[in-house]
Design a protein around this ligand. Structure first.
Ligand SMILES: Cc1cc2nc3c(=O)[nH]c(=O)nc-3n(C[C@H](O)[C@H](O)[C@H](O)COP(=O)(O)OP(=O)(O)OC[C@H]3O[C@@H](n4cnc5c(N)ncnc54)[C@H](O)[C@@H]3O)c2cc1C
Length: 382
């Protein structure tokens, strides 16, 4: 006789920080959750491979909405994760003299409007003012993605009575049935299948969002995707200092949390390949049968990942520092960065949670920034 299917209040797809936070939030309310992750480990993608900027709003002079949302969530995220945040570095924002989409007056007006501190700094010995129109001392912190990942793995372990985690598992089938979702899960190691039922589904798969939406017969959200590289460096002179040059094809270097490394990104060189398809479709997938547009693998572990652009990134950021400043390259990490196509114009990074089906309920979380994990609380009903 066939075993009756397991029943959950919520099935959450995607074991990044957004899926895990949603699972813990709902578990604390006494609900029963099944969290499904396709990889062998949780938190191996965007939740780790990012610049670790605890956004205060400075980064979005063209998107007041994103800037305000950053500020909204920052205080709570800071309190909840204070042991994993680097508060102890000097953070500078700067405007390039050449080719910037913003200028010093506009940046100062924007900071005043949002209500975030920015103080002009004249004659700082580390920086090259021939390239910088203006340099500002600001307040921005860096979270530590690895420490945060450890923290959330531990939290999940503590919540194991409520949250069942299915790793290395895919969704083979899904359909609505009698006011709930019927889903067939398939273990990727041995191909064993199991039917489960859930009252509601949360899709928190980021780059995988549309593949899961389609599996449930629901509509796409309009996305584009980039294979992105974060480079990691050390520097004897730039210990405890971060610099972000706004706004255009520039770059940013800042402490990667509490690791002692600096993360380096560059708008021009971080993004190696772009896919304007709603699914992340890249030519390198032809070289890795385990990575498909509807089921992407971990770029960082992929033999077909792009060659590093770190020399170009380093060349670019070095222009803003004085010649005595030295950087040593350590390593790079790669992942897919996904963006809402609608954000292309203002470069905003909102976190959007869409209800794609009402009965049974299906939410699609598209995450713009890590400190917006709490947005789920404003939308989910149980
Ligand atoms: C290069 C880069 C720099 C960034 N910089 C910052 C920054 O400085 N500050 C900031 O706040 N934010 C930053 N972000 C954004 C932030 O990293 C993301 O918004 C956030 O990590 C998304 O989290 P997530 O849990 O939604 O996605 P992820 O961490 O990608 O997790 C999604 C999970 O879903 C799983 N999955 C996918 N498909 C399936 C499937 N079919 N079945 C089961 N599981 C599946 C994946 O394996 C993955 O584990 C950056 C992002 C990138 C890429």
């Amino acid at each position: 006789m066939q075993k009756s299917p397991e029943r959950y209040d919520f099935l959450i797809v995607g074991g990044g920080i957004f899926g895990i936070y949603a699972a813990l939030y709902l578990a604390r309310r006494g609900l029963r959750i099944c969290l499904v992750e396709k990889e062998r480990e949780l938190l191996k993608k965007a939740s780790i491979v990012n610049q670790a900027r605890l956004h205060s709003g400075y980064h979005y002079p063209r998107s007041v909405a994103t800037a305000l949302m950053s500020d909204d969530n920052k205080a709570r995220f800071t309190t909840d994760h204070q042991d994993f945040i680097n508060f102890e570095f000097e953070k500078y924002y700067a405007i390039d003299r050449f080719g910037s989409f913003t200028d010093s007056q506009q940046f100062e007006r924007f900071c005043a409007f949002i209500g975030i501190p920015c103080k002009a700094v004249v004659g700082h010995p580390l920086f090259n003012y021939h390239r910088l129109e203006a340099l500002y001392s600001t307040i921005e912190y860096a979270f530590d993605p690895y420490l945060i990942a450890d923290y959330y793995r531990h939290q999940l372990e503590q919540a194991r009575e409520q949250v069942e985690v299915r790793m290395y598992t895919r969704l083979a089938e899904a359909c609505a049935d009698g006011g709930e979702w019927r889903v067939v899960l398939e273990g990727l190691a041995y191909g064993q299948q199991q039917e489960v039922r859930a009252g509601q589904v949360i899709n928190a798969t980021y780059a995988g969002s549309n593949a899961i939406n389609r599996l449930f017969g629901l509509s796409d959200i309009d996305l584009m995707h980039e294979i992105s590289e974060m480079a990691f460096l050390t520097s004897p002179q730039v210990q405890g200092i971060g610099l972000t040059v706004m706004d255009g094809q520039f770059g940013s270097i800042m402490p990667y949390g509490l690791s002692g490394l600096l993360s380096l990104s560059s708008v021009a060189y971080t993004h190696h390949k772009v896919s304007y398809d709603n699914l992340p479709r890249f030519d390198c997938q032809e070289q890795n049968p385990e990575c498909r547009p509807d089921f992407t693998a971990i770029c960082n572990a992929c033999p077909a990942k792009p060659r590093s652009n770190y020399r170009k990134m380093l060349g670019q950021i070095s222009h803003y520092f004085n010649e005595s400043v030295q950087f040593q390259y350590f390593t790079s990490m790669f992942t897919i960065k996904s963006k809402l196509k609608a954000s292309y114009i203002d470069d905003g990074r909102p976190t959007e949670i869409s209800i794609l089906n009402d009965n049974p309920r299906f939410y699609c979380i598209f995450a713009g920034k890590i400190n917006s994990i709490y947005e789920i609380e404003k939308v989910v009903e149980f």
